[in-house]
Ligand binder design. Structure first.
Ligand code: RP5
Length: 174
């Protein structure tokens, strides 16, 4: 597998990193290299535009952009590139992430952004991996194995709750 980063992750602030670390660890788990940048649409608009405009020539294939509050970051990036952009709305104190969700999800026709759930860093990474897997059979196989493992985990829980009943299950679950 190439060591050249294929995914560009952009955060609106370093305060977004604790949540978005789950995206990084998901890429680590699949052995897919990524670049991580901290570039605000509002605080460093020119630098952000430069990075977004160059992303395709820099050989990135998909971009994840995470921001909270008035989260214009994914939309602004999408305005500067034809690469697929996945937006992650982040929870904030005052409006609980709904501000970011609404800022990201309702893009005008012509400039799409794929929006995952509030704080859904892991799903953003998995969606990015699925986009890459469309032209990468090794990654596609790894994602199939991931889903199989997930299914086995749930089926084992189902078996267990049927075997020991809900009270004992809850006790064991803690
Ligand atoms: C957004 O404003 C960032 O994405 C972050 O979620 C929020 C607050 O940023 P800081 O004041 O913590 O840097 O642009």
């Amino acid at each position: 597998m190439s060591t050249e980063p294929r995914v560009l992750i952009v955060l609106g602030s370093d305060s977004d990193l604790p949540v978005m670390a789950a995206a990084c660890s998901t890429f680590d788990e699949f052995g897919v290299p990524y670049s991580l940048r901290i570039l605000s649409a509002h605080r460093v608009p020119h630098e952000l535009a430069t990075v977004a405009t160059a992303a395709k020539d820099d050989n990135y294939q998909v971009i994840i952009a995470a921001a909270g509050m008035a989260a214009h970051l994914p939309g602004v990036i999408a305005a500067h590139t034809t690469l697929p952009v996945i937006g992650v709305p982040l929870q904030s104190k005052v409006l609980d992430g709904q501000d970011a969700l609404y800022s990201i999800v309702q893009m005008p026709p012509g400039v799409p952004v794929a929006c995952v759930g509030i704080n859904a860093a892991k799903n953003a990474a998995l969606l990015a991996l699925q986009i890459l897997a469309a032209s990468d059979s090794d990654l596609s196989d790894a994602l199939i194995r991931y889903k199989q493992t997930m299914a086995e985990t749930v089926l084992n829980k189902d078996k267990k709750v049927q075997a020991i009943g809900y009270r004992a299950y809850l006790q064991e679950r803690g």
